[in-house]
Design a binder for this molecule. Structure first.
Ligand code: FMN
Length: 191
């Protein structure tokens, strides 16, 4: 495979598209799109999100000690993009996008109603990386849309229809077909 060197940069994909939901000290709810987000530990369940220190969202998390991470379905691609190009300092993104929040069940944290997957996080610690702050949050609860479960409790991932972000090329994609089963298919190479 012939390759071209890109140098040190941030071209890497796929990444999730998430919307981080927070409240300011004064109680104003804000939404911000983040693709540098993901689960980083199972014991204890931990979410990491990397935020530029200038974001309103960063200020809110430090002020309140909590945040929501909301999965974004592909139907919300325009709303997610707007929440990633305007700051809550300049625009009421909830009102502009016609989005709503509901309260978390463990923490008084706003969660995006229109998201099929909400994660309630309590601020744990931060790691400074240049202009960015890698925020680690303890996952205290996850809410998954009821419609995704069959009678055995098995989750149908297509219901979430997650919006995928391709960092570097700046494109949004939706998922294609399932092409394998994790923790199992690789074992076929041992046969
Ligand atoms: C697809 C996409 C992904 C983004 N991911 C991040 C991210 O992971 N971290 C970050 O600090 N900013 C990220 N941004 C930029 C912020 O969402 C943007 O600066 C936003 O206006 C900040 O909002 P706030 O000031 O209301 O918090 C992303 C933007 C887009 C469009």
């Amino acid at each position: 495979m012939q390759k071209r060197r890109l140098g040190p940069c941030v071209t890497f994909f796929p990444q999730p598209t998430t919307i981080i939901s927070t409240r300011s000290e004064a109680g104003e709810v804000n939404l911000m799109t983040a693709s540098w987000a993901g689960i980083v530990s199972k014991t204890p369940p931990t979410m990491a999100v990397s935020l530029n220190q200038g974001r309103q969202t960063y200020e809110n998390i430090r002020a309140t000690g909590m945040f929501g991470v909301n999965g974004v379905p592909s139907s919300l691609v325009l709303e997610a993009d707007l929440c990633g190009v305007r700051s809550g300092r300049d625009l009421d993104k909830l009102e502009t996008c016609h989005l709503d929040v509901e309260e978390g069940s463990v923490l008084p944290v706003p969660l995006l109603q229109q998201s099929p997957l909400n994660v309630e996080c309590r601020f744990d610690r931060e790691i400074e990386i240049g202009d960015y702050r890698l925020i680690l949050g303890e996952i205290v609860e996850i809410h998954a849309v009821e419609a995704a479960f069959d009678e055995d409790g098995t989750i149908d991932a297509t219901v979430f229809d997650p919006l995928v972000y391709l960092g570097g090329v700046r494109e949004y994609w939706s998922l294609g077909e399932r092409c394998g089963v994790a923790y199992r298919d690789g074992l076929k190479l041992l046969e």
